[in-house]
Design a protein around this ligand. Structure first.
Ligand SMILES: Cc1cc2nc3c(=O)[nH]c(=O)nc-3n(C[C@H](O)[C@H](O)[C@H](O)COP(=O)(O)OP(=O)(O)OC[C@H]3O[C@@H](n4cnc5c(N)ncnc54)[C@H](O)[C@@H]3O)c2cc1C
Length: 393
């Protein structure tokens, strides 16, 4: 069974796929046809929907900082650019800031990261412990030496709303979204030729984008490519608290625990230790993480959280790049016209606009135009040379 030819087929229509579709079709230099294949139009299990949906400029790698800064710019213009027939999508962007806390051991890293961030133009300020105590009287600062706060541009958003806004806009610009599961990639002589669906139907394309999140590894293998990306579970806990915490940003504790305001309450999480973090595809929440580790840490940092009330929780999957927890972007040298955007490892929501734009440039111009993301390509993977990001949350 055969169908029509598309210029670009995108596998996966969540944040990354919809961003790529939007950036392709909003570029006057692109005149092609775009098909987005999404296996689950309810989007209930994808990382995008289950995300903690926060955006920070506090990375240690210039490319990550720049990508997130573009994410902020994109969010600030979102309502205008995603408008369809006068109806503007709202990603509910709150510029509440990130606060990275450090004990004596972590101060040097915080300081060297700050230098990189400021050199890239990020608006980050470092506070010493007395400043932190004065600014956040609800916080226990007794073990802290410093903290770095994003004064603008960082915060949180409605990830589902952002994705749906991009999707809707892409459709208004001509993208076709189809509910279908891609079973395998089709290729010939080192050149991608299209995809095959699970019903056997083949769809031919000049370019294919693998934006399939945690299914990207299986798909890549059907083209003989070993993508070092694995699905790892992260649980998110929503709680309310009688504690007053005015001006609470997204707080990243030195222990790796995080919390931030969300609606009337807060969300929080922490990565499990490596031995408790196997590759994983179920959605069972790791309640023991909350009871045994996270809650005590939250109560230690904010004494008022001792009396918090856990309201709900959920688990989602990171598409974890096992080499360096950074994005793998662009073509593999052995397969032409197959573009990857995988291994986003927990920062793909904020990077989705920059990644979509980069993919569109690779297709339209054959090179990056806005932001040189060459270092995030396949070469480092093939040479086993990690691009180290020190600020992984
Ligand atoms: C708990 C949690 C917290 C997070 N917190 C943050 C955060 O604070 N900030 C941040 O920036 N990022 C965060 N992330 C990461 C971010 O959500 C993801 O990196 C981002 O959403 C990835 O988007 P994606 O479109 O690449 O993948 P996904 O959202 O996973 O989408 C992939 C899509 O592909 C579809 N698909 C898969 N296989 C096929 C197939 N064979 N055929 C057709 N369709 C297919 C899926 O149905 C899915 O809709 C978090 C993630 C999780 C799980």
């Amino acid at each position: 069974m055969e169908t029509q030819l598309f210029d670009v087929v995108i596998v996966g229509g969540a944040a990354t796929g919809s961003s790529a579709a939007y950036f392709l079709l909003s570029n006057p230099d692109f005149q092609g046809k775009v098909l987005v294949l999404e296996q689950d139009p309810s989007y209930q299990h994808c990382a995008t929907t289950l995300s903690a949906a926060s955006i920070r400029h506090q990375f240690s790698t210039p490319e990550n900082i720049r990508m997130s800064m573009f994410g902020t710019e994109f969010l600030r213009q979102f309502k205008r650019n995603m408008d369809v027939d006068g109806d503007a999508a709202d990603p509910a962007f709150v510029e509440g800031g990130y606060l990275f806390l450090a004990t004596n051991d972590g101060v040097e890293t915080l300081r060297s990261n700050l230098e990189v961030q400021q050199a890239e133009g990020a608006n980050i300020h470092m506070y010493d412990a007395p400043d932190l105590a004065a600014k956040y009287p609800w916080m226990n600062t007794s073990d802290l030496a410093a903290g770095s706060l994003g004064l603008s541009g960082e915060g949180w958003l409605d990830a589902y709303g952002m994705m749906q806004g991009m999707r809707r806009k892409a459709i208004s610009l001509g993208a076709t979204y189809r509910s279908a599961r891609v079973q395998k990639l089709l290729h010939q002589n080192g050149h991608i030729t299209g995809v095959e669906l699970d019903n056997g139907e083949q769809i031919h394309a000049k370019f294919v984008i693998n934006a399939a999140g945690t299914d990207a590894t299986r798909l890549a293998l059907t083209a003989g490519i070993d993508l070092p990306v694995q699905s790892h579970k992260r649980s998110v806990f929503y709680f309310t608290s009688p504690a007053a915490v005015p001006g609470c940003p997204m707080v990243i504790d030195p222990t790796g625990a995080y919390f931030r305001p969300e609606g009337e309450g807060f969300i929080a999480g922490i990565a499990p230790s490596a031995d408790q973090d196997p590759p994983c595809t179920d959605f069972d929440v790791q309640h023991e993480l909350f009871d045994e580790l996270l809650w005590p840490l939250l109560a230690e940092r904010v004494p008022g959280f001792e009396a918090l009330r856990l309201v709900r929780s959920w688990a989602g999957h990171y598409d974890m790049n096992l080499l360096d927890q950074n994005l793998i972007l662009g073509p593999h040298p052995h397969m032409q016209h197959l573009l990857f955007a995988n291994g986003l490892s927990g920062h793909g929501m904020q990077q989705a606009p920059a990644v979509g734009r980069a993919l569109s440039e690779l297709i339209i111009y054959g090179q990056f135009r806005s932001l040189d993301l060459t270092r995030l390509g396949w070469q480092r993977i093939l040479e086993n040379q990690p691009l180290i990001e020190k600020n992984v949350v």
